[in-house]
Ligand binder design. Sequence first.
Ligand code: GLN
Length: 504
Amino acid sequence: MLRLNIAKASQAFFEDSLSATDLCKACLKRADFVRPLNPFVNVTKEKSLRQSEESSRRHKKGESRSILDGIPIAVKDNFCTVGVPTTCGSRMLVDFVPPYNATVVERLENAGAVVIGKTNLDEFAMGSGTVDSVHGPTFNVWGSSLPYTVGGVKRHPCDQQPRISGGSSGGSAVAVATGACFAALGSDTGGSTRNPASYCGIVGLKPTYGRVSRHGLIPLVNSMDVPGILTRSVSDAANVLNVISGCDPLDSTTVTEESPQVVLGDQLNLCGLTVGIPREYHCPGLHPEVLQAWTEVAQLLEEGGANVKQVSMPHTDLSIVCYSVLNQCEVASNMARYDGLQYGHRADTNVSTEQLFADTRSQALGLVVRSRILTGNYFLLKSNYEKYFEQAMKVRRLIAEDFAAVWRDGVDLLLTPTTLSPAPPFNKFTSLSNREQCDTQDYCTQPANMAGCPAVSLPVCLSEDHLPIGLQLIAPNFCEQTLLSVALWLEKSLEFPQLELIDV
Ligand code: GLN
């Protein structure tokens, strides 16, 4: 039952061949089984069982609230959940219990979804590995010592080094990939939903900036953060998107126009579709197997009737450096609220207020976070502001203009790698190399955040080491309908081999 898609599980509830309570119990059991990988920081057992029983009762009475009613979902631990700790993977917030729900959580619960727990992340979502959390790292299930089959074939456990899960939404990706839930919320500022989806062999959707409310998502870079969706299939991602999308009076950056629901049909004709292959995404460090997968999928789209052509996006390689300036400036300002006075950790200091701030922050924030605050404040100095922040804003505009130009040129979608390689081994991706690693692994995902475009990572094949390789589709703003329709077409054509845990 853990391998059904959302529509099939919902149908089974309707037909009374499955109960939401049994499904929730199976997910909780699986969550327990995969504990060695550390995807969850908190499994909300009692609450989820209660929610699933309420859902079962609704189904019995024929009063299902939506397709998500009774579906177990996990939430990244940087979304506020009323009454449930929200730690952001930081010592600063280990005891923080929000008094309100993030809008997306509220919408999921109102639709009847069962929130089974909160998932691990890099501290305050700063990272691409889920290696930097107060709760310890999250390991990838691919290459782990847990027994599993791939496409029905048993693989030998422990024949590889442990791999990173990707990040910063690594906990969400592993929870979904292992069947501990049917979907999970992530967040995506520079690739944090798409990157772990790619490493874990699942679907990761970053919606258009402004389509989904950020209210209650603890901010990293307000002008780029978007709630993301991690699922095992494209149709599941569409079903979750339809529930969480839409204007929110509590987030002034959500668009006021109604977001049309994404409706995925069975038949899609690619004739008339133009897919762009941006030349500049062929970057140094691109793994040959990723390049091969990219080439083969481009051919597949062409054979399916699409017009596939090379395009140029000349400012692509400026995206990471521009992001690192903007990220650190926004981080410096966002993190100012953690001063030990109103909530979060407070140092045991009574020398002076300044000393209290300094001790609190140095005790409770990790190295990556502290270094970004320091650098951000340097960029924001009066004497530096124009040279760094304003300059980066101009470069951001050029990157966004690259996208606008290809769309104007008649391109409907871009096809690119998601990450430059399959999941790196854990011992090569420590918190000390976090910055460097983000720079390489976020190369292809970051630009879409600069422009606000929707993008999806899709698992396409396995590497020689039997690790997933993902590719990314990017669409113009608010074109999730085209994005997910083509993603579904690819999903059907590629038949990516499913990972199945042997739950002993
Ligand atoms: N890796 C990037 C960073 O550390 C992006 C993270 C994200 O998307 N949340 O900032």
